[in-house]
Design a binder for this molecule. Structure first.
Ligand code: ZN
Length: 203
């Protein structure tokens, strides 16, 4: 079992879903919560290559120097995470997006967009968040979540892993589109063992 964002599996297939998955389990039990500080969010962003080393160092220093601001940025990230989770969970159950959650994610993304600058990227340019202020990190995840929403008509629905004590969200990028589990090695194999045992009992 994962203890932190440093060692959790990244199996959501999209940064917004990895953020939603920072609660180790949402089915059966809730928790443990792997996003316990601003630092945990920063570690996740680093693992997802959303932030370069220089910007990470800058935010890490800022967080250490202003604990109140870091706590506020962390609280924002938690609220955003829950909204992102409810938004994309609604795709699994094929209901409409919860409007309050949509607005919260939109609001964070909009604030992030206001800070973006046009920066060189590869041979061209891209709207880029400089990440020079703590709240921008959650805003970056919100921008990613909005990107995922915008792509909805070009991708499969986000799904929820139905493994017991799981509930992680993932997007199925496989060719067949028949992925059932957040991870075949964990929830998938638990389910296979469970099925095998119940078959043994039945005979
Ligand atoms: Zn799972």
């Amino acid at each position: 079992m994962a203890n932190s964002t440093a060692d959790m599996r990244l199996s959501g297939g999209h940064p917004a879903l990895e953020l939603a998955n920072t609660v180790d389990s949402r089915r059966g039990r809730w928790g443990p919560d792997l996003l316990r500080s601003f630092e945990d969010l920063l570690v996740l962003a680093e693992r997802l290559d959303l932030i370069d080393r220089k910007a990470a160092l800058r935010l890490r220093k800022q967080a250490e120097n202003d604990l109140t601001k870091a706590a506020a940025a962390h609280a924002d990230a938690l609220a955003l995470r829950e909204s992102i989770h409810r938004l994309f969970l609604s795709e699994d159950v094929a209901t409409s997006y919860p409007i309050d959650d949509l607005r919260l994610v939109e609001d964070h993304a909009r604030r992030g967009r206001a800070h973006q600058v046009l920066a060189e990227k590869g041979a061209g340019y891209a709207w880029t968040l400089l990440l020079d202020d703590l709240p921008q990190l959650a805003q970056l995840f919100a921008i990613k979540a909005v990107d995922l929403l915008i792509e909805r008509d070009r991708r499969r629905a986000v799904r929820e892993c139905k493994g017991s004590n799981c509930g992680w969200l993932f997007i199925d990028h496989s060719k067949s589109g028949r992925r059932m589990w957040c991870s075949d090695a964990t929830c998938g194999s638990h389910a296979r063992i469970k099925r095998f045992r119940s078959r043994l009992k039945g005979h």
